[in-house]
Design a protein around this ligand. Sequence first.
Ligand code: BGC
Length: 253
Amino acid sequence: MKNFIGIDVGGTKITGVVFDGKRILDRLTIVTPRSLFEFERNLRKLADFLSANRQIAGVGIGMAGLIDARRGLVVYSPNIKYIKNLPLARRLQRAGLGPVRIDNDANCFTRAEMRLGQGKAFKNFLALTLGTGIGGGIVIDRNIYRGRGGGGELGHIVLDGQFWETAFQKARDQKDDQKLARLTGWALASLTNALEPDAVIIGGGVATDHGRHFWPGAKKEMKKFLFNPESKTKVLISKLKDAGALGAALLWI
Ligand code: BGC
């Protein structure tokens, strides 16, 4: 059986796993570095640690931000400011990591949900990651929809003159759970009104750790603004561990 490395690069932490297509064999989490130099060095170290005494057939990386997957380029990453137009796949390959593929982190989460998680049950669904930033993925007919390449940035829908992500980050810093509930409810209603998916699957640290403080409020707020009050769209919390990193490994499988 072949082994693959999947790495999920978020604004706060980076998680890497070794996946053999069925099981996670090893995992490691590090803090997201503060400079490009350290970022590349630590990513290499993480991959070296995970590949020690193993043959690795491919490395997948999920990165927050606008990704040009075909060219292996990270164009722009809102919460990791030092990254701009970085040919990450090529640089890591040159550093000896073997073949590298990259994709947006939330699309990796979405892929893992679709193939291994609750998304297995749905033809059309949305995925959201609530963490340092807010990521999104759109699944239509079991394919990840990207528009002209950069689509699916659901955290960048605009609510009340601000990106949802920006307003959410402010409310989180102010510990304003009512505001978090309102913003999340509005976003869920808007997305459901636009696309009426079978489900919205939500993951990310903020959703799983802090979620109970604002879910009940968010669901009420969502209901208020549903165009179709009978809408059967389900709102589910992800149960998949290391989903982002698994979805990055799945770039190869
Ligand atoms: C980025 C997304 C990313 C999300 C979660 C946002 O700031 O624009 O691409 O998926 O953060 O990391």
